[in-house]
Design a protein around this ligand. Structure first.
Ligand SMILES: *Cc1c(COP(=O)(O)O)cnc(C)c1O
Length: 382
């Protein structure tokens, strides 16, 4: 399909190409100096004490669950309105997911009141997801979790470059997990970062990421070690130097790219408020500085969503849904506590459509999308 405006788009230039080429010329492809620099720079940017680059955010979430000791018989409270990886990561450990509702049609992040209602003697952790890079209600969630001695894991896959009170999202809880998948704000194709302020957890992550081994090929190459011990059942969750090189360049571009995403979001808000007052745009009054990862809109109740999306497609505009709620998937349906009591999630998930948003999008393209919305909306109400 040749879209006039695609949902998202990546743009690499000479800087990324040169960075990748120089890794290839160096002949060292995995876990070396480039990854160490990437981690140092990401830690400095985010203010995280420890940052470890990994294969993707899904394995970062898995390591967070493992290092916090989750296993069979344990429960983790998380939203259903997120990508399925958030829940799968919990299930990898044998622990069970429990779904909490989102706050409101204005705030699509996990509801502190709903989290509280899901507490049981088996609750071991809370996993939040900063939808589109807009912060969850972190101060109430953290206060409540602390009172119950529960760690908070942040799925910060959308939140590279999101701040709340000058603090980077993903650094507010015990562990933060970032995604550098192709369509994320900082993109390396596949890739991710796990951050924590806890020294012991960081050491666990280092071991889990690399087979539970106490020294790495890189250490031995540098003459720092001759052999190694294996102290836990580890994984191969490493990133490679090629992706780290891409990541370093992308990190330098992140602030400018996110600023452009916010500009586009603002333009959408003003155009759609004027043209389509029936459409609602969540996060109008969010606190903090958002990475503006995606642009979710809510159709009016009763509108035919598929028809709307077909109407946009007929006008050359790609749209998407974030997200089909996890509790409705076959692998979860009827198997998860909390799923029967998610009224806001059910309402929002049926009405949400994601409009195109990416830094290289022109104002003219934003106008094209906005202009297509009204006729597509009218068709969807027929
Ligand atoms: C993209 C995404 C993930 C998974 O990230 P990967 O790096 O692709 O593993 C997890 N959670 C959310 C909310 C995401 O958007």
């Amino acid at each position: 399909m040749d879209w006039k405006v695609p949902l998202s788009d990546v743009k690499f230039d000479r800087a990324e190409i040169d960075a990748v080429t120089s890794v290839l010329e160096s002949g060292w492809l995995t876990m070396g100096a480039v990854t160490a620099e990437f981690e140092k720079e990401f830690a400095a940017y985010s203010g995280a004490k420890h940052a470890l680059a990994v294969t993707n955010a899904t394995v970062a979430l898995h390591m967070a669950c493992l290092a916090l000791g989750l296993g069979p018989g344990d429960e983790v409270i998380l939203p259903s309105l997120t990508f399925v990886a958030t829940a799968n990561a919990v299930r990898y450990t044998g622990a069970e997911v429990v779904f909490a509702d989102i706050t409101s049609p204005q705030d699509l992040t996990i509801s502190p009141a709903s989290i509280e209602r899901r507490l049981s003697p088996r609750t071991r952790a809370v996993m939040v997801m900063h939808y589109a890079g807009y912060p969850c209600e972190m101060s109430s969630i953290l206060d409540w979790a602390q009172a119950h001695h529960l760690p908070v894991i942040e799925d910060a896959a959308h939140a590279s470059g999101s701040f709340l009170n000058e603090r980077h999202l993903g650094t507010l809880g015990k562990v933060g997990c970032f995604s550098f998948f192709s369509n994320k704000n900082l993109s390396t194709g596949e890739g991710g970062m796990i951050v924590t302020g806890d020294d012991a957890l960081a050491e666990q992550f280092r071991l889990l990421r690399s087979h539970g081994m106490t020294s790495l090929t890189w250490d031995r190459h540098q003459g720092h070690a001759w052999s190694y011990d294996v102290v836990t059942t580890g994984y191969n969750y490493r990133i490679d130097e090629i992706r780290s090189a891409l990541g370093r360049v992308q990190l330098r571009k992140l602030e400018a790219n996110n600023a452009r995403r916010r500009e586009i979001t603002t333009l959408y808000r003003s155009l759609l408020a004027e043209d389509c007052p029936a459409l609602s745009l969540p996060f109008a009054h969010h606190p903090g500085v958002s990475a503006a990862h995606i642009l979710p809109v809510l159709l009016p109740p009763g509108a035919d969503r598929l028809r709307f999306m077909e109407g946009m497609k007929a006008r050359g505009i790609q749209t998407s849904i974030h997200y089909p709620p996890i509790h409705a998937f076959s692998a979860f349906k009827g198997k998860v506590r909390g799923a029967e009591d998610l009224p806001v999630t059910d309402d929002v998930a049926a009405r949400e459509v994601t409009l195109p948003l990416y830094p290289a999008m022109t104002d003219e393209q934003v106008r094209q999308v906005a202009a297509a919305v009204r006729p597509a909306l009218e068709e969807s109400a027929l």
